[in-house]
Design a protein. Structure first.
Length: 496
């Protein structure tokens, strides 16, 4: 069947998520904690399979890569040297009435007038909502309102004072502070005394753990440039405006590579990694038309970057970043060498040169990738009189790879079906389902993206054969139980 290209309805995704056990609101029984999420039984398998696919492709599938698992807590000097203490900040405005904080460049402000007479300002963090609030300020007689640009600077500078601007949350007027800079790193304390000497940070990225281990990995692995170090791990950012489900959260996982190259070859390697990472998403099931590359403009490059590309996905709320591929030059190794007093240069045995390597960094979010694969796989197909909801997840990403379905709960079928289930679960992520009709069970497996269902029927007891059903085509083939494992292994690897 041909797949539709419609944008998934987030309400349907959220409903499916909780009902089938993909993602739950964290601390839900206590009212939840904003923008924190728990991955349920199916969600954790999907996320785990995304990480495994990345690791196979980026680490195990290359001769020039090794892995690392660095600590979340690091010496605080790390973040001073990397520039995070000084530069990892957001300009924020705070409402002294409701204590909400927001970035001024996220604010939409409308000036409302009628017959040349100023009536007031309307504001919101959503343009449509700001426009609606502006129209409410107008009496029944015709009037007009215009959007005021907020690109940079402070509200006081742009508006000549913020006393007339309503808070976008509580709508109180005159309660907004001037813009202040807030650091996005979470602080905590190490040891029993909570003072400035014991302050440590939850890492806002996984990259610095790689940079400070550059020499250790180089000496122990005996790698030669170009080579890279990759890791998957948690990071934490005190985001001011998290949202869009699991897309932007304060606690998240990264899949990150620091690839060390000789200066002068960095531009070539940037293009290679850009193309390879883009293709990885396509190879694992995301439709090419829902992906694009966006090169950063000079004025949006990070303080360490020479060049950068974003791989963006067409989410239901618009295009947004999945992964960034940056040319970090030698900024990080030089900064840590200077701050620590350690030599982090590289000696090239072939050319007899010593230099500080440049770094290419492909950095993607596990949660964002998982969400994108999930959204892009969602489809609704008309099948006779009903709508079939199906997740066309890549075979290696699906939370459940194989479902074993006895035709009924008949006691004669159970021992054989259970035996096949025990055989398969040692090699695949497998689920056993014998509740309700076989048709309903097929639909349940379609809805969670299971690529293959194995049906055990009464003929199986005599001919020792089972039926395999393909999720996408719904085609079925019958084969001996003895051939089941190798056939399924071939299908998972190469498809139907």
């Amino acid at each position: 069947m041909a797949r539709t290209l419609q944008t998934p309805d987030m309400d349907k995704i959220l409903s499916l998520s909780k009902r089938r056990g993909f993602v739950f609101q964290s601390s839900e029984i206590y009212g939840g904690l904003a923008s924190t999420w728990d991955y349920g039984p199916l969600g954790v398998e999907l996320k785990r399979h995304v990480k495994e696919a990345w690791w196979r492709s980026v680490i195990l599938g290359r001769d020039d890569m090794v892995g690392l698992d660095a600590a979340i807590l690091m010496a605080p000097q790390t973040w001073v040297a990397s520039g995070h203490v000084q530069n990892f900040t957001d300009p924020l405005v705070e409402c002294t009435n409701c204590n909400q904080r927001f970035r001024p460049d996220h604010l939409f402000i409308y000036e409302v007038t009628q017959n040349g007479r100023f009536l007031g300002y309307a504001s919101a963090l959503d343009q449509e909502e700001a426009s609606r609030r502006a129209s409410v300020l107008l009496p029944t007689a015709p009037g007009e309102y215009r959007q005021l640009p907020i690109f940079a600077g402070t509200l006081h500078q742009l508006m000549g004072g913020s006393s007339n601007i309503p808070c976008p949350f509580c709508k109180m007027v005159g309660k907004l502070t001037d813009t202040r800079v807030f650091n996005l790193m979470f602080k905590t304390f190490m040891g029993p005394v909570e003072d400035t000497a014991s302050v440590v940070y939850l890492r806002p990225e996984t990259a610095q753990g790689i940079f400070v281990n550059f020499k250790n990995v180089l000496d122990s692995s005996r790698k030669k440039l170009p080579f890279g170090i990759g890791q998957i791990g948690k990071a934490f950012r005190n985001e001011i405006t998290p949202g869009n489900f699991t897309f932007r959260t304060r606690e998240f996982e990264q899949m990150e590579v620091e690839f060390f190259v000789k200066p002068g070859t960095d531009e070539e390697w940037l293009q290679k990694w850009r193309d390879a990472r883009f293709q990885w998403y396509v190879d694992h099931g995301i439709r090419r038309e829902n992906l694009r590359l966006r090169r950063h403009a000079a004025d949006e490059l990070a303080h360490y970057a020479k060049d950068c590309y974003d791989i963006e996905y067409r989410f239901p709320w618009g295009w947004a970043e999945l992964e960034g591929i940056a040319d970090r030059t030698d900024f990080d190794l030089k900064a840590h060498a200077q701050a620590s007093g350690q030599d982090l240069s590289y000696f090239d045995e072939e050319t007899k040169e010593r230099y500080v390597p440049y770094v290419i960094e492909p950095s993607g979010g596990v949660d964002r990738a998982t969400l994108a694969f999930w959204l892009d796989s969602y489809d609704e197909e008309q099948d006779k009189e009903e709508t079939r909801v199906v997740l066309h997840l890549h075979r290696q990403l699906a939370p459940v790879t194989v479902a074993v379905l006895p035709l009924s709960r008949n006691a004669r079928l159970a021992p054989t079906a259970q035996g096949i289930y025990q055989q398969l679960r040692r090699r695949f992520t497998t689920q056993y389902d014998d509740a309700q009709s076989i048709g309903r069970r097929y639909r349940r497996q379609d809805e969670i993206g299971t690529p293959y269902c194995v049906t055990v029927d009464f003929d199986t007891l005599d001919d020792h054969c089972v039926t395999i059903r393909d999720r996408d085509s719904m085609a079925q083939v019958r084969l001996p139980v003895a051939e089941l494992v190798p056939v399924l292994q071939d299908k998972v690897e190469h498809g139907w």
